[in-house]
Design a binder for this molecule. Structure first.
Ligand SMILES: Cc1cc2nc3c(=O)[nH]c(=O)nc-3n(C[C@H](O)[C@H](O)[C@H](O)COP(=O)(O)OP(=O)(O)OC[C@H]3O[C@@H](n4cnc5c(N)ncnc54)[C@H](O)[C@@H]3O)c2cc1C
Length: 495
């Protein structure tokens, strides 16, 4: 025990020293130090998932990229055994919010770096910093020929934070929006990877570069701090219509078959979504059975033609109920309002759905209201596989008493992002049951081959067992050792 407390004291002294230098660098009000008073490492910070609060030494909120470089340099020190945990807006609700995966870190909160540095509507890109929210960028594109691929989460979430965690928007997976990244490497050097605009000449938006493509090294990664991103702005369709198709659970396999055929033939734009009854109710909507949302977009005439073709086929198949073309009022249904707005790049209904879901606005979700967990496996796009995945949720329900909801997001004609949600009362026993259900979902889905593509902070240690080749994991560790020998950046959820 004396050795342990001596170690904590040694660590504490070195962290206090570096935080004091950083306070001089960034100025007053930008460093919260939890190191004094207690043994320096405990603090109670609620998060909506009720994940265990990690032991932390403090939070730094830099105001400039130059400060970020200097801060990272301070942490690139062999005598400082503490690394930085990075957040953009820290609203990774359901996966741990702003909480790090590991104990004993200092959080680098980049939400005050919130400049839209450049907006090029003609070329189709924006350069944004980590604190730029999807709501702000989307609003600045209103009335233009371009739009942002927005998610269903709050308008107050970060474009960079979500993209770096491979989040999913209504148009495509957010990582596909990333054209280039400005990265502070663990030694403090600033580099641009992928595509980046050049002064004085116009270059095509091509993220892969020449040679090994470096952009993906910094996605779900602890190899660098992303201080800005070049983000793709999508062409705004001339016309858009959302078709809603309900179907009964007994028709799941055949209905998914029909939906997949339309996606595979290129008739559906964006990410097709299917809510089950539990998830629709969780998000403040209403659906008896399953409800699919299909976005049809293009020119006025192509949208009219494709919509009537799909509606005709849907009716004649006899599989669907409630075949509803666009234009019908949301009628207070939070999910319908959100989906219809978000397909067109407008996240202004998202916060209504968030409040209907969790009973709180974005700023209070982590402190008050209901508890919430996400489990995010990928499932092959087939009726049989989706039915199998629902069967696994039924087993989780049977074993734990927790009934999870599920939303299907079709990433393409072959891959489903099968979003599992668990909503619970915010008290110890309900949280314990919800987490037991989450653990069980990890076990059952991964044993079936339905691997999660994003991890929560409690399952960071699953990354090895979820990866097909241990040699590839070893390569990641070699890269970490080479690029960050002093652990300036703390090991994250994926290492
Ligand atoms: C009702 C509801 C609906 C939701 N809908 C969606 C949805 O449709 N799609 C979806 O994807 N999610 C959804 N979410 C989950 C979540 O809210 C979003 O993914 C959100 O965008 C993540 O929070 P953030 O943007 O603040 O990112 P952050 O929490 O700031 O970042 C996420 C992670 O990325 C890494 N990171 C962040 N910034 C940096 C950086 N600058 N450099 C290096 N690494 C960094 C860190 O590991 C961090 O933990 C939803 C949640 C709720 C409650």
């Amino acid at each position: 025990m004396p050795i342990r407390s001596a170690t904590i004291h040694g660590e504490l002294a070195s962290v206090i020293r570096v935080l004091s230098k950083i306070r001089d660098l960034v100025g007053p009000g930008r460093v919260d130090e939890f190191a004094t008073g207690t043994n320096g490492v405990e603090r109670s910070r609620p998060n909506v998932g009720m994940y265990r609060t990690r032991r932390s030494f403090g939070v730094i909120r830099p105001a400039t990229v130059d400060q970020v470089c200097r801060i990272v340099e301070y942490f690139d020190d062999p005598d400082l055994p503490i690394g930085l945990h990075i957040v953009s807006t820290g609203r990774n609700w359901g996966l741990g919010s702003a909480e790090p995966a590991r104990d004993r870190t200092v959080t680098l909160d980049l939400s005050d770096l919130d400049e839209i540095r450049r907006l090029d509507i003609d070329a189709g890109f924006a350069i944004v910093e980590p604190g730029v929210t999807q709501g702000r960028l989307a609003a600045s594109l209103a009335g233009t020929d371009r739009m942002l691929n927005v998610t269903a989460s709050s308008a107050h979430t970060s474009i960079i934070g979500n993209g770096l965690d491979r989040g999913v928007g209504l148009r495509q997976q957010r990582v596909d929006d990333l054209l280039g990244l400005e990265v502070v490497l663990p030694d403090g050097q600033l580099v641009h990877v992928g595509w980046w605009p050049e002064e004085g000449r116009r270059t095509p938006l091509y993220p892969y570069g020449l040679g090994p493509s470096l952009l993906q090294l910094f996605v779900q990664s602890d190899l660098g701090v992303v201080s800005a991103a070049a983000v793709r702005l999508l062409h705004r369709p001339k016309a858009q219509r959302v078709i809603r198709l309900g179907f009964a659970p007994r028709n799941l396999i055949s209905a998914v078959g029909a939906l997949r055929r339309w996606v595979a033939q290129g008739l559906v734009g964006g990410v097709l979504k299917i809510y089950d009854t539990v998830s629709a109710a969780s998000y403040g909507g209403s659906a008896g059975g399953f409800l699919a949302h299909l976005c049809i977009d293009g020119t006025e005439r192509s949208v009219a033609a494709i919509s009537s073709l799909i509606l005709e086929e849907a009716v004649s198949s006899g599989l669907f109920t409630d075949a509803t073309p666009a234009g019908r009022e949301a009628g207070g249904d939070a999910v319908v309002a959100m989906v219809e707005g978000a397909y067109s790049g407008d996240p202004s209904y998202n916060d209504g759905m968030l409040e209907a879901t969790l009973g709180q606005p974005a700023a209070r979700v982590d402190e008050h209201g209901l508890g919430w967990l996400f489990f995010l496996p990928l499932v092959p796009f087939s009726g049989e596989d989706i039915a199998r995945a629902h069967g696994l949720l039924a087993q989780v329900h049977e074993e734990t008493g927790v009934r999870a909801g599920c939303t299907v997001n079709a990433l393409n004609a072959d891959v489903i992002d099968f979003v599992v949600t668990v909503k619970f009362a915010r008290e110890e026993r309900a949280a314990e049951r919800a987490h037991r259900a989450l653990d069980r979902a990890y076990e059952l889905f991964s044993a079936t081959g339905f691997m999660p593509y994003r991890l929560d902070i409690d399952h960071a240690d699953w990354v090895d067992r979820l990866s097909p080749d241990p040699g590839a994991r070893e390569l990641v560790r070699r890269l970490k050792k080479t690029l960050d020998p002093n652990g300036a950046i703390a090991r994250g959820r994926y290492s």
